[in-house]
Design a protein around this ligand. Structure first.
Ligand SMILES: *Cc1c(COP(=O)(O)O)cnc(C)c1O
Length: 402
C-alpha cells in the first residue's frame, strides 16, 4: 500500500449508522424526481397512476423480502417513526386492555425514549435485562407478562453489537401468553432472513438507509389477520397507508426502498458469507495480535458484519484520533455520541465503564474490501501501541499494580 493512498484514504466502516446508496438504487429512483413527478394519491391523470404503480411495485418488493402481504406494509419516514408508531399506536389503541409494555435495556433510543414518553402518559414499562452475551432470558420474559400487558417490544439485532435475540422463541412465548409482539428489525432486515409472520411477530419496523436505500423512508409491518393489529395513527390527514400514517408518499424514496429490498433478497446469502469472512479476519487479527482486546457480545448469535471490540486502557476517542480520519468507525452509539457516557448497551451487558469507553464498533458492508480491512488492522494495531506506550495506566496494569 503506497503512502498517498494511506494519507487520503477514507475507509467507511460505519454501515450500522447508515449505508451508502447502492448506485443501482439511485438509478432506479432518478426518474421519479423529474420525468415522473406524480403524487401517488392523484387518481385523475397518468402522472398519479404511474407514481401509484411504482409505489405498489416497491410495496410488493418489500413485502416479498419479509414474507408479508402488501397491505401489511405501512410506509414511514424511517425506523424511528416506525418505533414511535408501533409503541404509541398500540398503547393508545389497546389502552382499555392494559397499560403494560415489556422491552429490553439494550433497545435503540427510538424505542427507549418512546417508552419514557409513554411512562409519562400513564404507561407501565418493564425493562428486561440482558446477560453478558447481550441476550435476554426467556423465562424472565415469560414471568414479566401479566394481565395488563399489551405489548412486548424486542429488537431483532442490536445496532451496537450485532447480537441477535431468539425471536422465534420470543414469538412462541408471546403467542402462548396472548400478547402482541413488536420488533425493531432495522439491523436485521436485508442481512438475515426476517419473516415476522412465520414466528409470531405482529409489528416490525425497519428503514431503507440501513440497507443501501435512501435516508428518510422506512416501513412498519402491521399484521392484518389472526390477529388484525390496529394502531392509533400518530400523523393525521388524508388517511393514507390504511389510515395509519397520513402524508404524501415519498415516491422516489419508496422506489429506492423497493429496489433495496429486491437486491438484498437476491444477494443476502452470498453477501453475508463474504462479510462474515472479512469481519472474522478483522476480529481475529485484532483480538489475537493486540493484548487485552475483548469482543463485546456473543459471537454465536450475531450479525455477520459487525465487530464491537474493547481495547483495555485505550480511550476509544483517542484511538480514533490516531486514524487521522482515514477510518470511519463508531465509539459508543452513533446516535448519542455527543454524550461521553458509556454506551447503555454495553453497560446493560455488565461491561465496566472503562472497557465500554475503550470500545469501537466496526461495521462492514457491501462496498468493504479486503484491502480496507488489512489497512484497518494495521492502523488499529499501530494506534493502540502508540497510545499504550505513552500511558502510565497501561504501564501500571502491565506491572500488575492495578
Ligand atoms: C438506525 C436505527 C434506527 C433509526 O432508524 P432511522 O430510519 O434513522 O430513524 C432505529 N433502530 C435501530 C436498531 C437502528 O439501527
Amino acid at each position: 500500500m503506497n503512502e498517498v493512498m494511506k494519507k487520503n484514504q477514507r475507509i467507511y466502516l460505519d454501515y450500522n449508522a447508515t449505508t451508502p446508496c447502492d448506485p443501482r438504487i439511485v438509478e432506479t429512483m432518478l426518474p421519479y424526481f423529474t420525468t415522473m413527478p406524480g403524487n401517488a394519491a392523484s387518481r385523475s391523470h397518468p402522472f398519479g397512476w404511474e407514481a401509484a404503480e411504482a409505489v405498489s411495485n416497491a410495496r410488493n418488493q418489500i413485502a416479498n423480502l419479509i414474507g408479508a402481504d402488501e397491505r401489511e406494509i405501512i410506509f414511514t419516514s424511517g425506523a424511528t417513526e416506525g418505533d414511535n408508531l408501533a409503541l404509541k399506536g398500540v398503547f393508545e389503541m389497546y389502552r382499555r386492555k392494559g397499560n403494560h409494555i415489556i422491552t429490553v435495556e439494550t433497545e435503540h433510543k427510538a424505542v427507549l425514549d418512546t417508552c419514557l414518553y409513554l411512562e409519562k402518559q400513564g404507561g407501565e414499562i418493564t425493562y428486561l435485562k440482558v446477560n453478558k452475551a447481550g441476550l435476554i432470558n426467556l423465562e424472565e420474559l415469560r414471568a414479566a407478562i401479566k394481565s395488563t400487558t399489551i405489548l412486548v417490544a424486542i429488537m431483532w439485532a442490536n445496532n451496537e453489537t450485532g447480537v441477535i435475540q431468539p425471536m422465534s422463541e420470543i414469538g412462541k412465548i408471546c403467542d402462548e401468553e396472548g400478547v402482541l409482539l413488536f420488533s425493531d428489525a432495522t439491523q436485521a432486515v436485508g442481512k438475515i432472513p426476517t419473516f415476522p409472520k412465520n414466528i409470531g411477530i405482529h409489528l416490525m419496523a425497519f428503514t431503507a438507509h440501513k440497507m443501501y436505500g435512501p435516508k428518510g423512508v422506512g416501513a412498519l409491518f402491521v399484521n392484518r389477520r389472526r390477529p388484525r393489529v390496529k394502531l392509533t395513527a400518530q400523523i393525521d390527514g388524508g388517511g393514507h397507508e390504511e389510515g395509519m400514517r397520513s402524508g404524501t408518499l415519498n415516491v422516489p424514496g419508496i422506489v429506492g426502498f423497493g429496489k433495496a429490498a429486491a437486491i438484498a433478497q437476491a444477494e443476502m446469502e452470498a453477501e453475508s458469507i463474504r462479510l462474515n469472512l472479512l469481519r472474522n479476519k478483522l476480529e481475529t487479527a485484532l483480538s489475537t495480535e493486540i493484548e487485552e482486546c475483548s469482543i463485546n457480545g456473543t459471537t454465536e448469535h450475531r450479525l455477520s458484519q459487525v465487530s464491537n471490540l474493547s481495547f483495555r486502557h485505550v480511550d476509544s476517542e483517542g484511538l480514533l484520533m490516531t486514524f487521522n480520519q482515514n477510518i470511519a468507525v463508531a465509539t459508543g452509539s452513533a446516535c448519542t455520541s455527543a454524550s461521553l457516557d458509556p454506551s447503555h448497551v454495553l453497560t446493560a451487558m455488565d461491561i465496566p465503564d472503562d472497557l465500554a469507553k475503550s470500545s469501537i464498533r466496526f461495521s462492514l458492508g457491501r462496498f468493504t474490501t479486503e484491502e480496507e480491512i488489512d489497512f484497518t488492522i494495521e492502523k488499529v494495531k499501530a494506534g493502540t501501541a502508540q497510545l499504550r506506550a505513552l500511558s502510565p495506566v497501561w504501564e501500571m496494569f502491565k506491572e500488575g499494580l492495578i
